[in-house]
Ligand binder design. Sequence first.
Ligand code: SF4
Ligand code: SF4
Length: 277
Amino acid sequence: MGILNKRVKDLIYGDGIDLTGIASADRFGNAPEGWKPTDLLENAESVISIGLRIGEGVREANKLAYRGRRHGIYVYQRFGYTLLNEELDRTAHRIARFLENKGHTAMPIPASSPSDPYALKGVFSNRHAAVAAGLGEFGWQSLLVTPDNGPRQRLASVITDAQLDADPMYNGEKICNKEQCNVCVSVCPMNAISKDKSVKVDIGGKTFEYAYINKARCRFGIHALSTKTLGRLDFEIPSNPSPEDYLETASKESPWQKMERVGSMCGRCIINCPIPK
Ligand code: SF4
Ligand code: SF4
């Protein structure tokens, strides 16, 4: 391992990060226009992916909330979502500063928000970066799944012009066996995960397939605009809601709920995924 790789990984593990890997920018050669690392940083050579595990106790709190102890969702929102995202952003920032102090350019990519609420997109896909960096593969619910944590990790990335040694892509046993499982499809309260319709992506010469996700319906779920995802009020949700449908419905959200909602109120496809068995 080169000295720069070692210093970067020492910094990452020193920050208590659970998962990390490095992808060469050319692994994103078949990404759509606008979504390649070089679309964001012209001379990008490497993408560093970092992840923090969602703890088992936090997972239990989400299950508890959906078993009737609604307030359990506060634990999930903070320790399964907002705090992990903040910690990842802090480390991504530290990695970028470290690389820039060494004379490189580095762009940290936030773990989650802010994102474009109209297009339902962030600036770059952390989950695609994680797969390119060898952390795992896609589960059917379209998230990164790893052998040890399934889909229960949050992610951030750093794009840099530093030429780091890339880690190998994941080459182990298939992690998600959709044909024998389908739990994420059946557990989604919003019916946002297609059973049959899929998306194919090519990363580093390997083809991955995952479900088509109706992201707009998912947003109604994670923002608790349905009692099925712990909402205080139930709203009618169109089968394919537009951004305007969302805005209109969100304007009627219970004011009490607005005060308590700081992160995702759902995550059922993450919490109930049986990996690892
Ligand atoms: S977060 Fe909830 S609503 Fe969104 S896809 Fe997962 S289970 Fe469905
Ligand atoms: S719930 Fe089952 S089908 Fe869905 S991602 Fe996990 S293992 Fe794959």
